[in-house]
Design a protein around this ligand. Structure first.
Ligand code: CA
Length: 650
């Protein structure tokens, strides 16, 4: 490692000397720790990122390639401008409810060979950089195709990766990929080829030796742009931003973005820290976006039962759904999600009866839809109701008239502008009919909790259905659960659908995959994973099998949070997170390894309080006891192999 570092240092020094420093400018975060330098390397723009004097992103290229000209080379520096950006805003469906955003903004203005203007806007808050491009044409040009970007992220060559591969198009279940359902690398060298050879999806986490952490993602992507990703990395640590693959979405739509001029692109975000704390706690996906429309009503977040996740397709019938409405009512949940084929197996008339029955128990019904269309072969119905505006509005008017509260729309398969527009159109139309929207088989939501007031959550993760499908997923799950809080769930709502209390994940429990985690681990995931509507893996038999204190925890656990504090942990090993709702703090710990362990953690928020602890009993069940921290606010947690703990107190 030391030789690598020395080599890199020499390479960096050599690199810097060849850079023109004439128009090099710098912008620092309000606390001065994060420093972004930008300028022209010859006539190509670049930037670099240092944190507390340590280089986390080395000189990396910038620029756009468009139909009106190339904005990545032959640029001339015109001017720079600066301002301080402050925004205090609230969120009602995230890991925090109130954010005071403060950033220093630097705009570098360049002119290209055609005398059109490129602005590169950098926003630097204490642990986050967001940057965006704006194009202002000189003459009467009114539209622009953005063919690609020259945006790169040059990590130090000794950086290691926690990144998740992109899928080639039209693979997976009935050609529904890419859908962000792949595994993460675990501390691999940069430049290792990905198994598919088509790069990586956001977010991408890099460990920069002992210097710190870098989380790269993007936000503010709507119908006006494509969702992007990282290409394959070079051995030196350069990852270039790439646009969608041509075959995505059944080859329908372009890989490039089409925009009216003047244009501004979405924001690329880089979150940095010496520890993982700023990564887990970042709000940058929300800091630099704005709501795109007003909510037509108050959308209530909460918890849902979901028969399909354990009982699968055979449970999508009226009688079983009544059982899951009753289960939701017994647990004080807000919703029941009725999954695929309901139109065929329950029918559109009897679904009205189900909605009315649920109403008598104060439970709302959420219904599954296929996004199809003609962009994959997924046969599940209802389909052809979400893909075009006339069909969609007619269906949504009916759903509103019978009192359905929200939809889960599945199977998208692509990040093209065409698909981003479909997400936005579904959300925007649904708001007209008072429906909240969850996406599955889908892309990463990029700031959508703030941009779209009726957006709830998205899958975009190797989710709990895999625990039901295959044993190796159950075996790996403790590991996965200690990757997601630092990666996927750090930047957006994640509908993993957690909390299983059956030992085998099947209806009869005579067959099916075998759960490897303890009950306390499972209960902890209700807090560990943030999804504003949390779909639980519990089944009606759990009511008779679990002690009252476990059921009471489920009855009260929130799904959205006022505050989130990272306490301790490391990728693939463990994670301890504290979240506050109102005046109650919940602290959860999960052990991602198959060895018992003790963790001594500081919990100042629970100091002096009588804490309820759900802990691992020897048989894997959750025990209950009252505990206190010591005088310094410290407490030792004992976690079984693949175990966990839940602590809460007012
Ligand atoms: Ca899925």
């Amino acid at each position: 490692m030391k030789i690598n570092k020395l080599w890199m240092l020499l390479a960096c020094l050599a690199g810097f000397t060849s850079f023109s420093t004439a128009q090099q400018v710098s912008v620092k975060s309000p606390d001065g720790a994060l420093d972004v330098i930008s300028g022209l390397n010859g006539d190509t723009p670049y930037y670099s990122v240092t944190y507390n004097g340590k280089v986390l992103i080395e000189n990396s290229p910038l620029g756009l390639k468009t139909s009106i000209g190339d904005f990545s080379t032959k640029l001339k520096f015109l001017s720079e401008s600066r301002q301080t950006v402050e925004d205090s805003y609230t969120l009602d469906r995230a890991k925090v409810s109130k954010v005071d955003y403060k950033a220093e903004e630097l705009t570098c203005v360049y002119e290209n060979a055609a005398n059109d203007t490129l602005k590169i806007i950098f926003r630097v808050s204490n642990n986050d950089l967001a940057f965006s491009y704006a194009v202002h044409p000189k003459g009467k040009k009114t539209n622009c195709l953005v063919y690609g970007e020259n945006t790169g992220f040059k990590l130090p060559a000794y950086a290691t990766t926690f990144i998740t591969q992109q899928s080639p198009p039209m693979e997976g279940w009935e050609k529904t990929k890419p859908s962000y359902e792949e595994e993460y690398t675990n501390d691999e060298p940069v430049g290792n080829p990905s198994p598919n050879g088509v790069g990586y999806t956001f977010p991408a986490l890099f460990r920069i030796g002992t210097d710190g952490w870098v989380l790269i993602s993007e936000t503010g992507v709507d119908s006006k742009y494509v969702g992007s990703r990282l290409g394959e990395g070079s051995k030196e640590g350069l990852y270039m931003l790439e646009f969608p693959q041509e075959g995505e979405n059944n080859s329908i739509g372009a890989t490039y973005a089409a925009m009216a001029l003047p244009l501004q692109t979405p924001w690329r975000t880089i979150t940095v820290g010496e520890t993982l704390k700023p990564i887990v706690e970042t709000t940058v996906p929300y800091d630099v976006v704005k709501p795109l429309y007003e909510p037509s009503q108050v959308y209530k977040m909460g918890r849902a039962t979901w028969s399909w996740i354990v009982w699968q397709d055979n449970s999508i019938n009226y009688e079983d759904q009544i059982k899951f409405v009753d289960l939701a009512a017994a647990l004080n949940f807000e919703y029941v999600l009725v999954d695929n084929w309901w139109d065929a197996t329950i029918g559109r008339d009897r679904i009205v009866d189900l909605v009315n029955y649920a109403k008598t128990k104060n439970i709302g019904i959420l219904l599954w839809y296929n996004s199809n269309g003609y962009w994959n072969d997924a046969p599940q119905t209802p389909q052809d109701r979400m893909d075009s505006a006339p069909a969609r509005k007619k269906e949504m008017a009916w759903l509103q008239s019978i009192g359905v509260k929200g939809l889960k729309v599945d199977f998208f398969g692509g990040d093209k502008q065409e698909t981003m527009k479909l997400y936005e159109d579904i959300l925007s139309d649904a708001n007209e009919y008072g429906l909240a929207i969850t996406f599955h088989g889908c892309t990463l939501p990029r700031g959508w909790e703030r941009m779209y007031p009726n957006f709830v959550t998205s899958e975009a993760v190797l989710a709990s259905e895999n625990l039901v499908f295959r044993q190796d997923a159950c075996d790996k799950y403790p590991f996965w659960a200690t990757i997601y809080p630092y990666t996927r769930n750090a930047v957006a709502a994640m509908d993993f659908a957690p909390v299983f209390l059956n030992s085998r994940l099947s209806r009869t429990q005579e067959n099916g995959t075998i759960r490897r985690t303890t009950d306390a681990f499972e209960l902890a995931t209700a807090v560990l994973f943030v999804s504003p509507v949390q779909h639980f893996g519990v089944t009606p038999n759990n009511l008779d099998e679990q002690p009252d204190y476990v059921l009471d925890f489920l009855r009260k656990v929130p799904a959205v949070w006022d505050e989130t504090v990272f306490i301790d942990g490391y990728l693939g090993k463990d994670c301890v997170i504290a979240r506050r709702s109102g005046d109650t703090w919940y602290v959860v710990a999960v052990n991602g390894e198959y060895t018992d362990k003790k963790m001594k953690v500081a919990l100042p928020m629970l100091q002096g309080k009588e804490i309820t602890l759900l802990y691992d009993e020897k048989d894997g069940k959750a025990g209950l006891k009252k505990v206190k921290t010591d005088k310094k606010g410290m407490i030792e947690l004992k976690l079984s192999a693949a175990g966990g703990a839940v602590l809460f107190a007012k």
